[in-house]
Design a binder for this molecule. Sequence first.
Ligand code: XIL
Length: 364
Amino acid sequence: MNHFTRRQFLEAGAAFTTLSTFRLDALANGPVSLRAHAAAKGIAFGSSFSTSYMSDAAYTQLIADQCCILVPEIELKWAALRPSPTAFDFNRADALCKFASTRNMLFRGHTLVWEQSLPSWFEGYVTSSNVERVMTNHIASVVGHYAGKISSWDVVNEAIQVEDGRADGLKVTPWLRLFGPGYIETAFRVAHEADPKAILVYNENWIEAEDQGSERKRRAVLSFLTQLKKKNVPVHGLGIQSHIHADMKVTGPNLRRFLQEVEDLGLSILITELDFNDQRLPGDVPTRDRLVAERYEIYLTFLLQFKSVKTILTWGLSDRYTWRSYVSKRADGLPVRPLPYDADLKPTLSWEAIARAFDGASQR
Ligand code: XIL
């Protein structure tokens, strides 16, 4: 377990302004929910969710009870929204937006520009001559459709990859090849115009661990965000996805320095897709649950020293529905257990660990 000195706590408490106009205390929903534990400290806790789980009444109820913020797992991605180059299908995303608002949850948007989850027509239709029109039309239409209903948007997702060898660290994706490096700046400007009140987030993966590769990536992300801020690009937050191998070290001086630097840039920090990959942990369930719970508590306690961390979402709430069951299969064939509820919707040790981390956090 990590212990923090009083000085570290004070340093971490550097003043930070909130862009959010939402009142979290009004969203607490019952005494035994993660949302209540979080909201007591001014923190929004939530999860991803999908329309494909809505036929499961017990799970849907659990989401509404435990979350004060919801993000669609797939419904706002291009592949889901764009049946053709000229059409938008908002039906499924609208259903989630309505569910969030009727159950008193904030709603966040994921994601406007990503090189994955693109529709099959994308390749072959989008060229360097129409890419700007196609991208800006998508962003203006989608952000405009949800203006006033989405608290924060992941405008650009996973755009940096140092290994691709570019001096600016940008990942070589169809967006970069067709549009050039300016696509990110343009995306943020168009999103801001379409909904000036939404918090606009740059969302990134593999920037949590202490290893050298993650550190190189953090340096590239920081210098990129610094450039955007210098150019007055409307970027308001950094999303740290936090899909983490449970056996990796993630709470150390490299991450601490990075969080401080991001905070110093005046950006909010959102934990957008937290789950711990238990693929390489021992099979024994009590041992595995104890290790995963420990990771949750250590990681969240570390992050919550930073006052700019005010939003925490897990990528799913129950092991019944987790992408890890198909992307992080265990060699021994046992079901994965990465989330705070098990496949029977019973809270695991991770639930208690998350609640304890919220209880130990200072007021935001
Ligand atoms: C994943 C979903 O969970 C899957 O169901 C889908 O098939 C692919 O996308 N980082 C992200 C998310 O930003 O959008 C990804 O979600 C998980 C990794």
